[in-house]
Ligand binder design. Sequence first.
Ligand SMILES: *Cc1c(COP(=O)(O)O)cnc(C)c1O
Length: 543
Amino acid sequence: MPQDPNATSRDPHRTAASVDPRRRVPRTDAVLADPQLIAAAETVGRPAVKAAVVAALQRVREGELPPAGAVDAALAALPRGPRPVLNATGVVLHTNLGRAALSTAARDAVAAASGHTDVELDLETGRRARRGRATLAALAAAVPAAGDVHVVNNGAAALVLAATALAAGREIIVSRGEMVEIGDGFRLPDLLESTGARLREVGTTNRTTLDDYERAVGPQTGFILKVHPSNFVIRGFTSDTPVTALATLDPPVVADIGSGLLRPDPLLPDEPDATTALTAGAALVTASGDKLLGGPQAGLLLGDTSLIERLRRHPLARALRVDKLTLAALQATLTGPLTPTWQALRTDPSSLRTRTEAVRARLAAQGIPVTLTESVAVVGGGGAPEVTLASWSLSLPESYAHTLRTGATPVVGRVERGRLLLDLRCIPTTADPDLFAAILAAAGAPTAPAPTVAVTLGADGGVGATSPSAVAAAAEDVTSSASAGSDVTSRASAARPAVVTGRPRATSGAVVAPDAEDRLHAGVPGGGGTSGSGVASGSGAGA
Ligand SMILES: *Cc1c(COP(=O)(O)O)cnc(C)c1O
């Protein structure tokens, strides 16, 4: 028998104080009998529920909370896993919000696969079968240009497997213009070198020719790596060497396309896709599953049959393999309906305007100070850094940002010029009533303390708010910025689009030299001559 939960309410000192409001403190066991808390105990366990109730009742005792608010306060304080959030940021693939939202088909597939499944068993013969064979077949069917395919934990794992199996102790040739940081301080060169491969950097930040690659090829070459700089672009006096040209050289070409676009799409003409890269001669393509593919976190490897077989048989492959839930979600993403990612990308501004205006009118009728405003949405997640999507948003006072984020249904928007913008593009239409209810609840809630975190949400803290690249930068690191005050400043400056005037200085050694990087992020004029017109527009940490 656990400790008597009513010990406090039997305290003679308390019962004596007949006019003391503390007398109205409900009994612990009475609160614990609330059906919602009983249900919650099934998930989080009774000790956690009881601790939350005791803490809530203490707040009631201290006059901080009305007695009737104890249950809700206890529910709100329960520990929980990742919570569903309404993504009103206008960033379609927001890394801090879990990148791609799965389709209903993929969610159903995950639920169906969550018990025992035939993931590695042929039910017909009763024998062991290739793990995830149906998913692999679906991926292969989606990209006929690939000889074979393999799936690992994420895009980084795909690169690690390729580097380990094909270049450990040897060299990977890569352009200085493609030594990229993906986000959250995660740098591709560091990842590759962690496998024991050596990087052989060629060319310069802005120009790398076929000659540069050719001179570097030798007996030590494992492969040539072509990385899609997915979160920034360099313009001006530039030239890079396409896969078609690289494929004329001896070593295999590995193309890290990043976004997981399987075929070209007219909406994103500059975004590389697996089919085109393979047709151009790449021996191997690596990509993520939860970016433009719109599926679960996964790393896709597509390409030459014998190379894929080498990767599949490498001991490391076992450590990077995906679970049955990922396989199920990926397959349904590949064969199922248009993903939420593409629905969001394809939503036309006029229907979005009509929809947003409908929500605005309902809110205004309740006396909420909300307006309709034109805004800009972006792909985010380290994809299509220059593509902007004309959008419409609800505009609310900035003070709503914190209240909405911490409500029962968290709503995450972005702050621009002192206003909270809520872009409905990435919110399923079916969730509009939830959004409405959340805003209504936030309007009734006591005003939150001035939210320092709002800076991070907008991540633009007054710096070039309307710039799409600022929006894209906002896709990164809400939480880390929120928890580290000093980080806010650096994120804010990272959100600024970088404009490098003049020809970027040739750097010696690593292109990601602190100097070059600071310049890119801070948007200060670069050194060097005035002859060129290189403009680097950064989307900050995109993935
Ligand atoms: C996103 C990205 C990665 C990393 O993929 P994850 O799935 O996040 O591990 C690697 N390379 C490029 C070019 C990317 O855009």
